[in-house]
Design a binder for this molecule. Structure first.
Ligand code: VGL
Ligand code: ZN
Length: 199
């Protein structure tokens, strides 16, 4: 079984002090770094938005962060401005062993569509190219860690399972946003899709 570690969005804006801080987001770093040293294939994802990205509440008049709007591809949660291309908030956490990564997938760079998953944008159609990269390298099993469990990690693991990869989520090396039951919903969806949830 050829395996890869996929490290989702371990960026300053998702860590304490960041624009969309996930509680305890920085606590995962020691374990993520150990895992990065154990896997031969390591991929990082990096949330990478233009300053006027349509997932930002600031771009929707009168809309508050953490509410939802209808986009042409479906419901979209609105977020505080975060991970703006080239900013410190979009940079990887300084303690992340970035040098271990062979591939960095940037996502969410199209103004009109968000991209939680490492594989598909939120329209569930536009691909990031990651599946092709992994298949070309003969990778069959993917282990997911990072931020946030209930958004980018879950959406990535769900797509991985749908695409035919064996998918596991190491929850001890993830932290969740947990917005309106999103963590429970993510767990249910992942279990139903055959994603292995491990400590
Ligand atoms: C994420 C919300 C907005 C994530 C990214 O990495 O889980 N969540 N952008
Ligand atoms: Zn984002």
């Amino acid at each position: 079984m050829t395996k890869a570690l996929i490290v989702i969005d371990v960026q300053n804006d998702f860590c304490p002090g960041g624009a969309l801080a996930v509680a305890g987001g920085d606590e995962i770093l020691p374990r993520v770094n150990v895992l990065m040293s154990e896997f031969d294939t390591v991929v990082l994802t990096q949330d990478w938005h233009p300053g006027d990205h349509s997932s930002f509440a600031s771009q929707h008049e009168g809309a508050a962060p953490f509410t939802q709007v209808h986009m042409n591809y479906g419901l979209q949660t609105l977020w505080p401005d975060h991970c703006v291309q080239g900013t410190k908030g979009a940079a990887f956490h300084p303690d992340l062993a970035v040098e271990r990564a062979q591939m960095i997938i940037r996502k969410g760079f199209r103004t009109g569509v968000d991209s939680y998953s490492a594989f598909f944008e939120n329209d569930h159609k536009t691909t990031t190219g990651l599946a092709g990269y992994l298949r070309d390298r003969g990778i069959e099993e993917l282990s997911f860690v990072g931020l946030a469990t209930d958004f980018c990690v879950a959406w990535s693991a769900l797509d991985a399972a749908k695409l035919g990869f064996r998918a596991r989520v190491l929850e001890g090396a993830c932290r969740a946003i947990d917005l309106d039951g999103s963590l429970v919903a993510a767990h249910e969806a992942m279990r139903a899709a055959g994603v292995k949830l491990e400590a």
